[in-house]
Design a protein around this ligand. Sequence first.
Ligand SMILES: N[C@@H](CCC(=O)N[C@@H](CS)C(=O)NCC(=O)O)C(=O)O
Length: 201
Amino acid sequence: MLKLYDFLDSGNGYKVRLTLTQLGIPYELVEVDILTGGSRTPEFLAKNPNGRIPLLEFEDGRRLAESNAIICYLAEGTPLLPADPWLRAQVLQWMFFEQYSHEPNIATARFWVKHLQLDDLRRRMLEDKMKAGNAALGVMQRHLAGHAFFVDDRYSVADIALFAYTHVAGEAGFDLAAYPAVQTWIARVREQSGHKPITAR
Ligand SMILES: N[C@@H](CCC(=O)N[C@@H](CS)C(=O)NCC(=O)O)C(=O)O
């Protein structure tokens, strides 16, 4: 059986849990406490030199890191990842946007607010994260004002990647009421078959 090294509060891990569940793929969850350095032990670094979850381990010993790479691999040949090269490139466009403009701001702000003490320096850095996170939410709002989903008006791994930290952005202090099309899309994603919350194993 597949083994998923993960931390339940992680949106990056949630992307993989949600994709596995929606595709009906069984897996064993191996919880790693990243708050106490669980992903930085010599044992874990031997599995993923980048010292981060999520990490998917296959029965034959192969391992894959990076949430968006993992969910693209799992979704190959399923309706969650289009086969058409142009549509596929658009899925990747939004997944790269998620990793460059969205996750480093919204996920990081959420992690600091939820799990770390905010000293003065971090409070100032948080302001920048909030500004850049709001810019990313604005990009999503502009796109979703005219589309049901990110690509081809169909639910795909691009939606899973962007849903993971958007739906909990309020925990970092982002006001999603300012982004009505994003809120409607969040409700639409929650209606997809096999959906489960971030807290579910
Ligand atoms: N780009 C990576 C980011 C992974 C990542 O940042 N993981 C965090 C949790 S969300 C982690 O493992 N942090 C623990 C650490 O850095 O020690 C992905 O999308 O999987």
